[in-house]
Unconditional design. Structure first.
Ligand code: ADP
Ligand code: MG
Length: 498
């Protein structure tokens, strides 16, 4: 598919539920994520996990006003930030109003910001219905007008509509008609097949082929695809839809009393999500029986290890103040080792660099300032780095119980220490659970994927417990400390905006 051509000529995807449209959109988004700014209008919250790999910012529309949606849209446009607009927490009518407001915000941006954007709308018939439904007339008009603007007048403004629908007959005609590229998937109803045939300019009888298409296969036509209709198989994707196919899983075993308590007790602890056990093949199963030994008892949080230097309190520094000892260079009078550390760790380029290379950098800076950098050995330097990444300030270190938190962190694998202290800091101050982004920073990385993998590992090891509130917010419990964070959104757009 030619992306440049697509930007000029737009795309319509049609196929029954389960034909693979959302998968197709995901493939398209993933493959072009590095090349063009993207806006995904996501009625089902299917695409939020693009954020973890491709860095899209997820906008929880349920937490925004219409005006907020408009403002965020124009900022996203100006700053060229790729976003996923998650509408899953809204009812149909508010989905229409919020999506309409967002699209209008994109559309109404000043001319100087008219750079190319792929605007992907899944289930487009929700936003541009062919006939009036049960929603209020003004809501329907607002979103229909925004969709019409997107598809009919968006091109000049750099907006390229990519829309998918399960029922062509349910999609407003003028919205469908503006796309010059089509991908038609499995379709059963005659009325939809006929409209597809009309759009593709083929004989209505030929449209019968759409009936037999397998999931993930589409007939494509259009300037960005091919001049003659071709059958296309959609390839793999890197991120997964959490929608997925329905899978059978055994129900958890509990007595009626336990079940009753879970439903009716006011302050029952939130249960951990049910994870079905992995099935074993026969040989593996036999092997476990032969060498059967009691299940490992969950490790108590180990005591402080002595061979590693303990985490020092962030201030005062363990380093003797060098200012009196050595003459200071003229330019940086008053810079101490602490200041060098602060400066180095606060640079955004510090994230993701190896400790060794940061340490070299630190030594070089100390030499330049004639500071005795060597008094801070690599192990202590490493500790200071973890504290800095975890955002532990002297004020936090003075909070009650903090020493215990540090003691527990010291006993953990080093890769978990930053996250643990960051969570402990949030819990100690009764702050909302840190966002994925903050956790990534505390992990000392640029990769949310790796940070979240570490978080999951910590959960497996029983170092933390992660709960989701009914609101979708996350709570993390630190069992050894008996501390917990307040609920917070994992992808908080406000946290992002600073
Ligand atoms: N090309 C494909 N390759 C592999 N799996 C696919 C493909 N297309 C769809 N699927 C899977 O089929 C299921 C339904 O696809 P989905 O894209 O959600 O359908 P739709 O959006 O049309 O209802 C999903 O679990 C999806 O992962
Ligand atoms: Mg879908």
């Amino acid at each position: 598919m030619s992306l440049e051509e697509l930007l000029a000529t737009r795309l319509l995807v049609q196929g029954n539920s389960g034909s693979g449209k959302s998968h197709l959109l995901r493939r398209l988004i993933e493959q072009s994520a590095q090349a063009v700014q993207q806006v995904v209008i996501d009625p089902e919250g299917d695409f939020a996990n693009l954020a973890q790999v491709f860095g899209h910012i997820v906008i929880d529309a349920g937490a925004q006003s219409e005006n907020g949606m408009r403002l965020i849209a124009s900022r996203a446009r100006q700053m060229r930030v790729s976003v996923v607009v998650n509408l899953e927490h809204l009812d149909t009518e508010r989905q229409m109003r919020h999506a309409g407001a967002f699209l209008n915000g994109l559309f109404d941006t000043d001319r100087q910001y008219w750079t190319p954007v792929l605007v992907v709308v899944d289930e487009a018939q929700l936003f541009a219905p062919a006939v009036a439904g049960e929603v209020a007339d003004d809501a329907r008009k607002a979103s229909l007008e925004a969709m019409t603007n997107l598809m009919c007048r968006g091109r000049k403004r750099g907006l390229a509509g990519i829309i998918a629908t399960q029922r062509l007959a349910k999609l407003a005609k003028n919205v469908a008609a503006e796309a010059s590229n089509f991908l038609m998937g499995r379709t059963f109803l005659d009325i939809d097949m006929q409209r597809a045939a009309d759009l593709l300019g083929i004989d209505r009888r030929q449209a019968e082929v759409f009936r037999d298409l397998e999931r993930g296969r589409f007939v494509g036509l259009g300037p960005a695809l091919s001049r003659r209709s071709v059958t296309i198989r959609i390839g793999d994707v890197q991120t997964r839809s959490h929608a997925g196919g329905a899978q059978l899983m055994p129900l958890p075993e509990r007595t009626p009393e336990e079940a009753r308590g879970l439903l009716f007790k006011a302050n029952a602890p939130p249960p951990a999500p049910y994870v079905p056990e992995k099935g074993l093949d026969t040989e593996a199963l036999l092997a476990t029986i032969e060498h059967s030994h009691p299940a490992p008892i969950p490790q108590p949080i180990p005591a402080v290890r002595t061979e590693e230097p303990p985490l020092p309190a962030p201030a005062p520094t363990p380093v003797p103040a060098p200012t009196q000892a050595s003459p200071q260079p003229e330019t940086d009078r008053g810079m101490g080792i602490d200041d060098v550390l602060d400066q180095l760790f606060s640079e955004s380029s510090a994230l993701g660099r190896s400790v060794a290379s940061l340490y070299d950098d630190f030594q070089a800076r100390c030499r330049a300032l004639r500071l005795p950098g060597r008094v801070l050995d690599l192990a202590h330097f490493r500790r200071r780095l973890i504290l800095a990444q975890a955002g532990v300030t002297p004020a936090i270190a003075a909070l009650p119980g903090w020493e215990q938190a540090v003691g527990i962190a010291n006993g953990l694998e080093e890769q978990f220490q930053g996250i643990y202290l960051h969570l402990a800091a949030a819990a100690a101050q009764s702050l909302p659970c840190p966002t994925d982004q903050m956790i990534t920073q505390a992990f000392g990385s640029h990769s949310p994927r790796r940070a979240l993998a570490a978080l999951a590992r910590m959960q497996q090891l029983g170092i933390i417990e992660i709960y989701e509130e009914l609101s979708g917010e996350r709570v993390i419990v630190l069992p050894a400390l008996q501390w917990r964070t307040a609920p917070g959104h994992a992808n908080d757009v406000l946290a992002w905006s600073g």
